[in-house]
Ligand binder design. Sequence first.
Ligand SMILES: [Zn+2]
Ligand SMILES: [Zn+2]
Length: 368
Amino acid sequence: VTRAAVCTALDRPLEVLELELEPPRAGEVRVRVGATAICGSDLAVQSGSLPSPLPIVLGHQGAGVVVEAGPGVERLSPGAHVVITGGIQCGECHQCRHERPYLCEQGNDVLRTGGLIDGTPRFATPEGAAVHQFVGTGTFAEEVVVSEACVVEVPAGLDFAALALIGCGIITGAGAALNTASIRAGDTVAVIGCGNVGLAALQGARLAGAAEIIAVDLLPAKLELGAAVGAGHTIDARDGDPVGAVRELTGGRGSDVTIEAVGAQATVDQAIAMTASGGEVVFVGAGAPEVRIDVPQFTGLVARAKTFKGCLFGDADIRRDVTRLVGAYVAGQLELDAMISARYGLDEINDGFAAMRAAEIVAGVIEF
Ligand SMILES: [Zn+2]
Ligand SMILES: [Zn+2]
């Protein structure tokens, strides 16, 4: 038996319920969750914009301790401290073998089924009815059973709340800069959107050797955080045209690399317009279906030799990148603590959802 925050109906508060938890099957582990962070995708399931079976335990980024390993699990033993990520990476399918584990075919169906890789969840009500797990995880729970393919072991003794951020937001944003973009030393990088993903992208750009980093947002508090974690310039988009402001800062050229971490039509258009000839635009924001990339083929793309790249989950290899990001955190090169805006207990999770929805906070963390 474990306690978990369950989304039982759209647009309703999550309900903290006692659930049965089936032991891990082959290739799965049971993790006692130390902390888990709220992500925009969790909100999108609750509001219905990201369709998913209900009832469901949301949460897909967390950190904790392995308490039980199922048959055939060799990489993880009880006692291992781990990060749970929102990405299943089996290492064996076509995409994994072709260095695109962020498109792992074993993980293809978990959003639709609400189960683990085999399609079935391990949570159930005391009456025996299945309770689904968001993208094969479901970390808004004291304990969870997940596939070992979405878990990475990390050194013991680190703050679970900081580690929890890595599992989706940080790996996505930092990966957009470090994996997807080809940032060269001396480049000017603009990042649009200073939520959790954008702030991680800023930090990734700094780690990649960008000379100038420009943060664009609408909220002064988020821009302040952007400046604190590496942006040399901040642009409040309410004060005028961010495209003109970026051009002014770059001798009229525009940014060498722009990372769009919002997904709104206005910011997508701005990202393209503020990028210099020969530059690169990385789209990592999750936009609504009607948001379009619309440029004249010749004058917008060919004649200006621009590159557009879509970035899913930071183009991450979770074992490589979680290890690398935790190493940067331990070395003081990756700021995570400042990105934790608020800490909640499981029973206060709806306060965290409300604050995230109101964009009052960058990252809300649930601690157990
Ligand atoms: Zn997420
Ligand atoms: Zn795979």
